[in-house]
Design a protein around this ligand. Structure first.
Ligand code: HEM
Length: 471
């Protein structure tokens, strides 16, 4: 360990490196913390609150309750058809429909397009169509979101954060909106018109006297629109709030999942033994690609799940320290009482590379997630490994979309491995996206997929050669 179990990362903030601290900060419902003002920097303006950016605990709890019910088993299941549509399209585009090996290609941007298109379908009922080759202004959006969040993340970690957040409602928001790059303005315009259109359709269907609603898309947007306050029976969200919640789902759901998918493909194509095992598991479990959908068979693929866990351990897609602010009365973390106002958090990447918990943290070894007398991995080993890896966070602010995310990851890896053969590009391309010897600590290991924190997770690669499987 380089910096010890607790590290002061800003004058008023401490990061912790233990599983007890993790539970004390995020775990309990009443843990005397709230989201820090870092989150406020992401809010478009005061008229667009949403579950991710609000720092008001009561407002968060209220919205979160609604979102928990929006992400019901039924809604999650309704996401499947959209996920399959975009994953299959990704396979066709990347393999070029050929059983010959393609030239090496960096699949990173195409993965970004796919997850963005999935979220467009789920959150707005619109296929953004960014996977397709044609010119499309929406194609600039994933990159625009990355640039935008990179800037906000820097402000969020700077001494100017307090001033920035204070100035936002006093005119800074208006200025930021007016001086935003054209692509950001286009994106907002697009969001506003898509949501407006969708609200209109929902309003028409809701006002039908015969109650006929069979032509409605039963997706996340529909669930958000239809949710009602249990006490008053009124809609849970105003139109502005609806727009804000739908758009945060796109930001929260697209890049995280894309980073996870890129990481898995990197690790599988650089670790032949793991790749052969997962390929054997998927190809022997299913008799056709159409069977690869959520359900008992996919859940039975435990090596596939272990591959996902292991790549989330090595290259987490939730890299943020998820800063929380200690409330009046203080918070005891690992035996130290922290005063009100202290910013606290846990750094995901450092936790999952702990040499105390993982003897070989730089080695991609999915077996560490499976209890098996043959490999000597015990229940205690798996529990210890899991105690420091929480890709979706824990507690009241954890990821509300995690079931959708896991469905996306399982279907994506399952279908890709079933339909295609993959290998790393040759020479320099073999390690593209990985660490480099001449870099600093933590970035040197070539077998590790490099991820960067910009609140969302940034990545580049991997470079792959692919071909359609010959059946
Ligand atoms: C592999 C994919 C994903 C990972 C690793 C992930 C991880 C996370 C993490 C770590 C948080 C907490 C962030 C914080 O407090 O700062 C979070 C929150 C959130 N996630 Fe995800 N996420 C993923 C996919 C998704 C998807 C697909 C959706 C939507 C369909 C989604 C929606 C959200 C929302 C709305 C929140 C805010 C929850 C709250 O504040 O109560 N995420 N996610």
């Amino acid at each position: 360990m380089t910096l010890g179990d607790a590290f002061r990362y800003r004058p008023d903030g401490v990061l912790f490196m233990t599983s007890t601290a993790y539970n004390q900060i995020y775990g309990a419902k009443k843990n005397n913390v709230k989201k820090s003002k870092f989150y406020k920097s992401f809010q478009r303006n005061k008229h667009f609150p949403n579950v991710l950016t609000t720092t008001d605990e009561a407002a968060h709890a209220k919205t979160r309750k609604v979102l928990n019910s929006v992400f019901s088993a039924e809604t999650v299941q309704s996401a499947e058809a959209f996920i399959i549509k975009h994953v299959d399209r990704w396979c066709e585009i990347v393999s070029e429909g050929s059983t010959e090996w393609t030239e090496p290609k960096n699949v990173s941007a195409q993965i970004d397009f796919m997850t963005f298109d999935i979220m467009g379908d789920l959150a707005f009922g619109v296929d953004f169509g960014t996977q397709e080759a044609e010119e499309n202004p929406m194609k600039a959006i994933p990159e625009t979101i990355h640039g935008f969040l990179k800037r906000l993340n820097t402000i969020g970690h700077s001494p100017l954060l307090g001033l920035f957040v204070w100035l936002k409602p006093l005119g800074l928001d208006v200025l930021l909106q007016a001086t935003a790059p054209k692509s950001v303005k286009d994106y907002y315009k697009f969001l506003d018109s898509s949501v407006g259109e969708r609200i209109k359709q929902e309003d028409i269907i809701a006002s039908r006297k015969d109650g006929d609603s069979k032509d409605i898309r039963r997706d996340l947007f529909h669930s958000l629109y239809s949710s009602k306050d249990p006490e008053t029976g009124a809609p849970s969200f105003s139109h502005a709030h609806l727009r804000s919640e739908a758009s945060v789902l796109v930001v929260a759901g697209a890049d995280t999942t894309a980073a996870a998918m890129s990481a898995i493909l990197f690790y599988l194509t650089r670790n032949e033994r793991a790749y052969k095992k997962v390929e054997e598991e998927v190809r022997s479990t299913f008799t056709s690609v159409d069977e690869i959908r959520s359900g008992a068979k996919l859940s039975s693929c435990r090596y596939l799940r272990a591959c996902i866990n292991e790549s989330q351990r090595m290259s987490p897609s939730g890299l943020t320290e998820a800063p929380r602010e200690v409330l009046k009365g203080g918070l005891e973390v690992d035996g130290t009482l922290l005063p009100a106002g202290t910013t606290v958090g846990c750094a995901a990447w450092a936790l999952s590379h702990s040499e105390e918990a993982y003897d070989d943290p730089w080695v991609y070894r999915p077996e560490r997630w499976i209890v098996d007398p043959a490999t000597g991995v015990t229940t205690e080993d798996v529990a210890r490994a899991g105690s420091l890896v929480h890709p979706f966070l824990i507690g009241p602010g954890n990821c509300v979309g995690q079931k959708v995310a896991m469905m996306e990851l399982l279907i994506f890896v399952g279908r890709v491995v079933w339909r295609m053969d993959l290998k790393a590009g040759d020479g320099k391309e073999e390690t593209y996206g990985g660490g480099q010897r001449n870099k600093g600590w933590g970035e040197r290991y070539r077998g590790s997929f490099k991820v960067r924190d910009a609140y969302i997770t940034l990545k580049d690669g991997p470079v792959l050669r692919v071909r359609e499987r010959s059946l």
